[in-house]
Design a protein around this ligand. Structure first.
Ligand code: ACO
Length: 388
């Protein structure tokens, strides 16, 4: 139909087909990272993840995502210095975190802490997200989590130490002692692996919020909420629960069979985009072999092998493989973290990706506002209840 202005009239019906869960829909252009699902390959700004993991520091990866290229020595030192200077939390944010019950979930504490930061430091975190804000927010994630982690044990927060990297500062603020290299090194590699991952649910959330012209803390608060769900970043503690419930090699087959017979999903397997092994799972498996105890690694390996075999047998056309969350559980346990700190630790890394996506979105913004297919009624008549 052509209107009087010569434009084609837009129908009230959706213009495009509606794939469930937006599967396969391209929602934005990005130069940040890409998941090659068929090949099982992940690229950050042109670098295959294998080029970076174990070679680049987390801060180099953060710089790469934010700026589009790797830093030189001076630029890296300057970033480390800025992160260090930005780590301390405003005292009001600590007060808010300490007002939470010690039964709160750490992801809820993180979401609350970031939201409080936006409200309390609103002059710094104003309406237009920029790189300085991205760095300041990233710097504060370890402190927010550590303040809550200690609060629930009745302990005071630990002041961050200048000169610490993100991995070192996180462990130092959590446990109140100089971190051991055998802990901060694997944590550092973990952080580089999780920094960005295409148009995943939490990243999409951050871009939607940023596209409305909202501020950085609002965008990242929303992203934390999306990451928390077990179909996204909330799986690794459930992997640990599963492995603990299995307990011993003899129990692997009956436990997995029962879970699948009940229609349950096996945590740490399957992915919306990867139709081959997640490359991060492969790297984390190698790290888990070194970092975790031989018993725990053997149980993880046996569970993985049997789960893959059963999934392939039961869902032969689904191409289900190990995802990043499965061996995250072994690596983060070996680093000394309890299960409920796994997803928050994922967020310590992913905040670099989220903030990079927010900056990319606002640099070339158009409000993200899709349509829905309306399946409701349209012809009901209002009948007033009897007024008192
Ligand atoms: N265990 C058992 N069956 C599975 C699993 C699994 N882990 N994953 C997918 N399937 C099955 C589904 O039951 C479905 O079968 P059906 O079509 O016969 O009913 C089929 O495979 C396809 O599943 P979908 O839900 O369509 O796949 P989707 O792309 O939506 O899901 C997801 C991906 C959510 C990750 C899914 O594989 C899952 O729930 N995995 C377990 C949770 C998990 O590990 N989450 C972390 C993901 S990684 C991350 O976000 C960082």
């Amino acid at each position: 139909m052509t209107g009087s202005n010569g434009n084609t009239a837009v129908s009230d019906q959706p213009i495009l087909p509606k794939p469930e869960g937006l599967e396969g829909v391209v929602a934005a252009s990005t130069a940040l990272s890409h998941v090659f699902g068929e090949e099982g390959k992940l690229v950050y700004r042109g670098y295959d993840i294998h080029e970076l993991a174990g070679h680049a520091t987390f801060e180099e990866v953060a710089y790469l995502l934010w700026n589009g290229r790797l830093p030189n020595r001076q630029e890296l030192d300057a970033l480390l210095q800025t992160l260090g200077a930005q780590r301390p939390l405003p005292s009001h944010v600590i007060d808010v975190i300490q007002a939470l019950p010690d039964t709160a979930q750490p992801m809820d504490a993180l979401r609350t802490g970031v939201s409080a930061l936006g409200a309390i430091d609103s002059e710094h975190f104003d309406d237009v997200p920029d790189l300085n804000e991205a760095i300041a927010l990233t710097a504060k994630f370890p402190g927010i989590l550590a303040a809550f982690f200690r609060h629930r044990q009745g302990l005071d927060p630990v002041n961050p130490k200048p000169g610490h990297t993100t991995a070192q500062s996180y462990l130092h603020q959590l446990f109140g002692k100089e971190p051991d290299e055998k802990h901060w090194r694997p944590l550092e590699v973990y952080l580089t692996l999780l920094a960005d991952h295409g148009m995943n649910a939490s990243t999409f959330t951050s871009r939607v919020i940023a596209s409305t012209g909202s501020d950085l803390c609002s965008a990242i608060t929303g992203a934390i909420g999306a990451l928390k769900g077990p179909l996204h970043g909330g799986a690794p503690s459930k992997v640990l629960d599963m492995l603990e419930a299995i307990g011993a090699a003899d129990n692997v087959d009956p436990w997995l069979t029962n879970a699948l017979d009940r229609g349950e999903r096996l945590m740490g397997f399957g992915h919306r985009v990867y139709k081959a092994e997640d490359p991060r799972a492969e790297i984390l498996r190698g790290m888990a072999a070194e970092a975790s105890t031989p018993e725990f690694f053997a149980l993880s390996r046996r569970t993985e092998e049997r789960a893959l075999a059963m999934l392939h047998e039961r869902k032969p056309d689904r191409r289900l493989y190990t995802n990043v969350e499965f061996y995250s559980a072994a690596v983060l346990s070996a680093v000394g973290l309890p299960g409920d700190m796994f997803t928050p630790t994922f967020a310590v890394s992913r905040v670099t990706g989220w903030t990079s996506h927010v900056l990319e979105q606002v640099a070339n913004n158009r409000l993200i506002r899709p349509q829905s297919e309306f399946v409701g009624a349209t012809d009901k008549t209002f009948v007033a209840i009897e007024r008192r």
